[in-house]
Design a protein around this ligand. Sequence first.
Ligand SMILES: [Fe+2]
Length: 284
Amino acid sequence: MKLLFLILFVACISLTSCSQNNAPKDPTHKSKIHVGGNCEGCEAIYESPVPFEQLNSVDTLPDFNDQGPKIEISGIVYQRDGKTPAKDVVLYVYHTDQSGVYPKKGNEIGWAKRHGYIRGWVKSDKNGFYKFYTLVPASYPNSRNPKHIHPTVKETDKNEYWIDEYLFEGDPYLEKEKSDRPPRGGNGIVKPYMKDGMLRATRHIILGLNVPDYPKAIGKKIQSGLAIGTNCPAFDALHFSGADKGKSACPMCKYGYGQGVMVWINYTNLNQLNDFVKRMEICG
Ligand SMILES: [Fe+2]
């Protein structure tokens, strides 16, 4: 009998140990499905110095007061349908300093040993809004790697997963194929512009977009000729016939409102018009 108890005790210890080793990395234990495949370092999102419940929708990264191009990056986090704002989504970002390295102070623990100390956490508000202030990072030293900011997101009912990096339009190292690949989590290429002495940029996030194993959007089927989140192409419709045949002259500008509308309807290829309407719907 004693032997039986001993065997049961050892088995119990072993099982407990195993279950601890296989414990989910998500300390909230709310993830019901695993999305996004493997992600080395995504669990760094749980190293937030502030509990998720207390995170704000705005954060300022530690490098903001250093020398460099200051930038404000903001956007809306949307659900998979690309339209409905998603609240309470945690976003973790980190990037290189002005010399292109992930800087350390020497006392880092956890993933900060690799990600460095220039990192921040925000949580989307009830309107899906988030914003963070930082410096535009530099490319890796002696590389042609575009400057970038790494993001990881965490929804309340899913595991953490990575989305496309923030990249910067105008970066000479930004390869064309990067902008043509299916955007994961929405288009990550931001277009900084100067306002009130600081760069500003917008990046909306579409949860689950092109993320493996992510549940399909529920509800109305998305009507789109373009992948949601991609850049809207320029509309360069040409007149189908008439005096401006083959030209892209704006009829409103050339003939005036009213007459211009008639000219537009008469002269424009109907397929192009339909295409235009579709794109307007998509670009909204
Ligand atoms: Fe990187």
